[in-house]
Design a protein around this ligand. Structure first.
Ligand SMILES: [Ca+2]
Length: 394
């Protein structure tokens, strides 16, 4: 797995000098802002019950898997929704997610094992009937690739949640093959537990676990707080309030985290692919670049972008575009806001300085972004639909 990361870094290095190596170049910087005129959103399907994620199995089937908060996962195959859900966890998840009111509980995350095509294993993140965070492993049916073996679930990770909100919920495999789990600060408001800065608590962090070396999970030996006193050895990064979606740039391995703010500042945090982990993103000493509770946040890493209430109220992390449909977006990180429908574009210039511009104003309740196998990008509308980013001339 390390070899993959090194290969990406090598390509990155080559790209500065070798103009002829266009096929293998990874675009990591640009000078001009990307143009929204090159982009349109195409409605793919509607009629869903609070959808909040879309992903793919990486198995060459080109199927899309759409996650509903109320517990079902639906497959899109050859452009059509299959009549039967791939998975239905509605009997296991928090009851609040079965109602119609807003909740942060329910089925929140889905990630396919990097070797899913061989082992048929995937993972879900949900809050259970007690409101606790659960990560569970499932298998695909032995006889039907469009159906999960619903009785195959094994809970591998459990974390009690002191309040109903701030459950994080995103899970994704990194380029290193480890599973990363977003864990909010436990909830209520203002981080009453001090979880953000308390490294002894898993709450307020992104955890990193090895799901291949143990029936449940093992701690990677190079996790940053292994052997460190008063720090949980599963923590990869901390000082986070409630990361609502993070993603790895599939070309570079860089990690982008959208951390939902308290009352004033929404933020995007960045971790380069060669990081050894252990970053402190500041909450609740800081909210974005502003002092919140104050006090000490050792080695605080400020966000690469923050925005206030003029532009929204709850950030939703997206992806670095690596598809083929919109060449102008190559290497650009898109993310949005759940409340305002704004989409932003973030990129680095050739001096690797960050730039972020409001990109598109939509009317959608942006609950997530998602990528298909080819790297094309989708937008999920919590009101019940999902859309694909297409070239405007398409
Ligand atoms: Ca922060």
């Amino acid at each position: 797995m390390t070899a993959i990361r090194l290969a990406a870094i090598a390509l990155l290095f080559l790209s500065f000098g070798a103009a002829s190596a266009q096929e293998t170049e990874i675009v990591v910087s640009r000078y001009a802002a990307p143009s929204p005129d090159a982009v349109k959103l195409t409605l793919i399907a509607s009629g869903f019950n609070r959808p909040l994620y879309l992903t793919q199995a990486g198995d060459g089937s080109n199927r899309l898997f759409l996650v509903e908060q109320s517990g079902k996962v639906w497959i899109f195959k050859d452009g059509a929704k299959l009549p039967q859900p791939f998975l239905d966890l509605s009997a296991l998840i928090s009851r609040s997610a079965l109602g119609s009111g807003f909740t942060e509980q329910g089925l929140l995350g889905l990630a396919f094992h990097p070797q899913y095509a061989i082992n048929g294993t995937f993972y879900v993140n949900y809050t259970d009937r007690n409101g606790s965070t659960v990560v569970a492993r499932y298998q695909v049916s032995g006889s039907n690739p469009d159906l999960a073996a619903g009785d195959s679930g094994e809970i591998i990770f459990h974390l009690a949640q002191p309040y109903a909100n701030h459950n994080g919920g995103h899970i994704e495999f990194g380029p290193d093959g480890y599973l990363y789990i977003a864990l909010g600060d436990g909830g209520a408001a203002n981080d009453p537990l001090g979880a953000g800065q308390n490294r002894a608590l898993l709450l307020g962090s992104i955890a990193r676990i090895d799901i291949d070396s143990d029936p449940r999970y093992a701690i990677p030996e190079d996790n940053p707080f292994v052997g460190v006193a008063n720090a949980h050895d599963a923590i990869w990064a901390y000082g986070l309030r409630n990361v609502w979606r993070f993603s790895f740039d599939r070309a570079t391995g860089d990690l982008y985290m959208a951390d939902v703010g308290q009352n004033r500042w929404e933020e995007i945090n960045f971790q380069p692919a060669n990081s050894a982990g252990g970053e402190n993103y500041g909450w609740n000493v800081w909210e974005g670049n502003q002092v919140f509770a104050g006090g000490s946040a050792p080695n605080h890493v400020p966000p690469i972008f923050e925005y206030g209430r003029d532009f929204g109220c709850s950030v939703t992390g997206g992806n670095v575009y690596r598809g083929a449909a919109i060449p102008d977006l190559e290497g650009v990180y898109l993310f949005g806001d759940f409340c305002s429908g704004w989409i932003w574009a973030t990129w680095r210039d050739h001096d690797l300085r960050w730039h972020t511009k409001p990109f598109m104003k939509t009317t959608h309740e942006i609950s997530s972004f998602g990528e298909d196998e080819a790297g094309e990008l989708y937008l999920i509308d919590y009101a019940g639909a999902f859309y694909r980013f297409d070239g405007a001339e398409a």
